[in-house]
Design a protein around this ligand. Structure first.
Ligand SMILES: *[C@@H]1O[C@H](CO)[C@@H](O)[C@H](O)[C@H]1NC(C)=O
Ligand SMILES: *[C@@H]1O[C@H](CO)[C@@H](O)[C@H](O)[C@H]1NC(C)=O
Ligand SMILES: *[C@@H]1O[C@H](CO)[C@@H](O)[C@H](O)[C@H]1NC(C)=O
Ligand SMILES: *[C@@H]1O[C@H](CO)[C@@H](O)[C@H](O)[C@H]1NC(C)=O
Length: 806
């Protein structure tokens, strides 16, 4: 606008000047001054008076002044000095804008005569403006994937100065990526653009800060700058990268689900979704996928299932890392499984022998076992031992094989069976163990002889016992087992008692060990005897032990006392003489008696049973002494008869009486006259003798008759057989085995004999009864047992033909 205005004004001024010149004709030459713009007020522009050729008086008189059509008076005329000075700031840019040559004109008018002098002042440009950008920052967002050669037009700067002082050049901060290219627009303004010459990399430099400087050509040069902020936009140009190519780690078996194993880490230089990584397990076998799991975002690999060292000792998996753009990396994870002692040893019995014989030597193998432990290393290192102190040993000869052997001699009688506890334990921490109990039975061997319950037996039996009565029961125990080794048989050892085989005294029941008396004993003949009984078991070979049995026969009061003195004779008369002068206490005689029994049964006492005069004599109770107890008088009869009874102390007691004749006289004739007849005793004795002789005669006759018959029969048979077999054997006369002629004394023998024939097996004993001597009779006591009767029956069946009882 100002330029238009000024042009108009100049036109007007020019017309005015022309008019003035034409009217006055006093127009002098044209003056031009050149001044730079922006001069200070009162700065000298030029010596106008001098330049116009006027002196100062003329100026004054002519009232020189400046006329201008402008409102603003830039210059002032100093009349007194004749100079033209700046009166107002002159801004070329304001005055002329972009017009390159800028000037303004005015006239100096003088009056009297009127003179008109045109003055033109050319305003020269001064570089008083810097190039200016409209904004202080230029913000650009450029993808890092931008192609090379891409152009980015930048805002241009403006400089109102003209010519060289105007905008001349742009300069960009040196950088690798961009170069600056400058252009001139059709309107003539200059602008610049950045051209990409090297790929951007957000990852290396996400931001670029550049400065664009606009320069003018003035002197001094002025410039303006703008900051260019370039934000590099991401492109998915980076793949994830694992920070390790192989991850090695360990995991213990049986770890709980969720246990952290390892964290893999991949980084992606890209940002945003391009850098968002997800992890996954690739290539894993299906079972591994069940055991392990990876967090897709954090890369934490953890336990998901049951990890069993016994199945997998090592895992090798590949892990992929993938960004959202699809770029991937993979890495290997090697996981070693660490064994945990989670498997107890297992005991397998390869062989086991039971029962084992008790005579097995130490070191006998009883069993072989095998132990297994699925764990490895120390956890699978198994050792076996036996619990407690059983006499066994376990040792390993092959790896994991153990033999169980006896360590000492076994004895079934002390320990029947063993429960051998074998413990197998591994060396883990803590160790695991397994237990197995072997029930071993010890089998019997006949290693023990029967043992009697007493080292010796004493048994008492009253005399006159009934044959077959049981005297004593022996018992022997055999600690061995089973039927044979422990079956005890009792055997009477052969020996003789008083020259008679002991078997004729006693028999032993083989099964029960009961000792039976075979005969009736007479204490007066035998008081005791001893023999040996053997207890023998049924083992092979049999074992036996002996015991001594002593049988003590006890006395019974079976014998009456026998009076030895005074001797009782049949006819003759013996009398003790007592003189009439005998004092009181005179020893008349002494009854002497004995009793073959013993003890109390033989303890005799004497009593006066009958007496002619009881007041005259007494008998010593203990000693049998007959003494007077008063003075003998003449009135006392010569013939005194005393009956003394001798009693033993047995239960019941037995007694004997003796008659003692005492003659109270001073001379022998006196005695004779008195002792002439004692008829009754003789008569009694005669009768007795008669009966005895008669009985003996009858018995003897019967016996001889029998003998004759038997011999006749035997001879007859022998002849028959001789005829039959034409034998040339000599004739042997035969007598019954127990035959003996014991006929004798004429007294009845009260001793009887019988004989027991024994076979080696005492259970089949056979009794044979034979009469001894002339008495072919068996005397059975009323207390005779059933056994005896049975034996008698057997005897009848098994009777020998030669028996005298046939
Ligand atoms: C991965 O590694 C980088 C650098 O080593 C680290 O800054 C980042 O935190 C790690 N990431 C994880 C999940 O540990
Ligand atoms: C890789 O990253 C994991 C998880 O952050 C870290 O434990 C491991 O030390 C890193 N490895 C290296 C070599 O930096
Ligand atoms: C051995 O074990 C068995 C069965 O448990 C038991 O009956 C027996 O009494 C035990 N024997 C010993 C000697 O401990
Ligand atoms: C038992 O006694 C018999 C006969 O006296 C003898 O031969 C045998 O050796 C004895 N046996 C023992 C075990 O003492």
């Amino acid at each position: 606008q100002p330029s238009w205005k000024w042009r108009f004004l100049f036109g007007f001024q020019w017309i005015q000047a022309v008019l003035l010149f034409l009217s006055s004709h006093a127009v002098s030459g044209h003056i031009r001054y050149s001044i730079p713009e922006e001069m200070k007020k009162d700065s000298l522009i030029g010596h106008i008076a001098q330049d116009l050729g006027l002196d100062l008086k003329r100026l004054r008189s002519g009232r020189a002044r400046i006329v201008t059509g402008e409102s603003i008076q830039y210059t002032e005329l100093k009349v007194d000095k004749g100079t033209l000075v700046v009166s107002e700031r002159i801004d070329r840019e304001q005055l002329c804008g972009e017009v390159a040559s800028c000037s303004f004109s005015f006239e100096v008018i003088l009056e009297n005569p009127m003179e008109l002098h045109p003055v033109t002042i050319e305003v020269l440009d001064v570089n008083d403006h810097s190039p200016v950008f409209k904004k202080t920052h230029i913000i650009l967002e450029i993808s890092e994937s931008a192609n090379l050669g891409a152009r980015f037009v930048l805002d241009s700067a403006e400089d109102p100065d003209v010519g060289v002082n105007g905008l001349q050049n742009y300069i960009l901060t040196p950088n690798e990526n961009f170069v600056l290219k400058q252009h001139v627009s059709p309107e003539g303004s200059k602008y610049a653009e950045m051209v990409l010459q090297k790929q951007l990399d957000r990852e290396a430099a996400p931001h670029l800060s550049l400065r664009l400087v606009a320069l003018d050509g003035g002197n001094p040069q002025r410039s303006g700058t703008v900051n260019i902020d370039i934000k590099v936009l991401d492109a998915n140009d980076n793949a994830p990268v694992f920070n390790q190519s192989v991850y090695k780690t360990i995991v213990t078996e049986n770890s709980a689900a969720g246990t952290h194993i390892v964290t893999v880490n991949a980084t992606d230089a890209d940002s945003g979704t391009n850098g968002h990584i997800t992890y996954s397990v690739s290539n894993a076998k299906s079972n591994i996928a069940e055991l392990l799991s990876i967090d897709p975002h954090s890369g934490v690999l953890s336990v998901a299932g049951e990890i069993d060292f016994e199945k997998d000792k090592k895992f090798e998996i590949r892990i992929d890392a993938k960004d959202q753009g699809g770029l991937t990396d993979s890495s290997k994870v090697i996981i070693e499984v660490v064994d945990v002692n989670d498997n107890p040893p297992v005991i397998n019995v390869m062989s086991f022998t039971s029962p084992v014989s008790e005579d097995s030597p130490p070191g006998t193998t009883v069993g072989i076992i095998n132990v297994k432990d699925l764990d490895s290393g120390d956890n699978g290192q198994v050792s076996c031992k036996i619990e407690g102190n059983a006499p066994f040993r376990i040792k390993s000869n092959l790896r994991n094989y153990y033999t169980l052997t006896t360590d000492s001699v076994l004895d079934r009688e002390s320990v029947l069976e063993y429960n051998i506890t074998v413990i197998a334990s591994d060396s883990g921490k803590p160790p695991l163990s397994a237990k197995r109990i072997f029930n071993l039975k010890v089998s019997d061997v006949n290693d023990n002889a029967p043992v009697f319950s007493q080292s010796a037996y004493d048994a008492f039996i009253g005399e006159n016992n009934s044959p077959g009565v049981s005297v004593l029961a022996l018992s022997a125990e055999d600690p061995d087992e089973n039927q044979n080794n422990a079956r005890v048989s009792y055997i009477l050892e052969d020996s003789s008692v008083n020259g008679v085989p002991v078997s004729s005294y006693v028999s032993v029941s083989a099964d029960s060990g009961v000792i039976h008396a075979v005969r009736s004993f007479d204490y007066e003949q035998i008081k005791d005897f001893q023999f040996i009984v053997k207890a023998q078991d049924g083992g092979s070979p049999p074992l036996s032990s002996n015991v001594t049995v002593k049988i003590l026969i006890q006395d019974q009061n079976d014998n009456p006392p026998q009076v030895l003195y005074p001797v009782q004779t049949g006819g003759s008369m013996v009398a003790e003489m007592v003189p009439r002068s005998a004092d009181v206490g005179y020893l008349v005689t002494k009854v002497v008696a004995v009793d073959v029994d013993s003890g109390q049964n033989a303890w005799l006492s004497y009593k006066l049973q009958k007496a002619t005069d009881r007041a005259l004599f007494e008998v010593g109770l203990q000693n049998g002494e007959i003494r007077t107890i008063r003075q003998v008088t003449d009135k006392d009869a010569v013939k005194q008869r005393l009956t003394v009874i001798v009693e033993d102390n047995g239960q019941p007691s037995r007694s004997a009486t003796v008659i003692v004749n005492v003659a109270v006289a001073d001379s022998f004739p006196e005695v004779l006259s008195e002792f002439t007849d004692f008829p009754h005793d003789k008569e009694y004795n005669d009768n007795l003798t008669f009966y005895l002789v008669l009985a003996l005669a009858v018995v003897s006759f019967l016996f001889i008759a029998c003998l004759v018959v038997i011999i006749s029969v035997k001879i007859y048979r022998w002849r028959q057989s001789r005829i039959l077999y034409h034998s040339s054997l000599p004739v042997i006369p035969y007598y019954p085995p127990r035959y003996s002629d014991t006929l004798g004394t004429g007294t009845l023998p009260h001793v009887y004999n019988y004989e027991v024939c024994r076979t080696t097996d005492s259970r089949k004993s056979e009794s044979k009864f034979g009469g001894a001597g002339s008495q072919n009779m068996l005397i059975m006591e009323p207390s005779s047992t059933g056994t005896m009767q049975r034996i008698q029956n057997e005897k009848n069946i098994l009777d020998e033909p030669d028996s005298p009882l046939e």
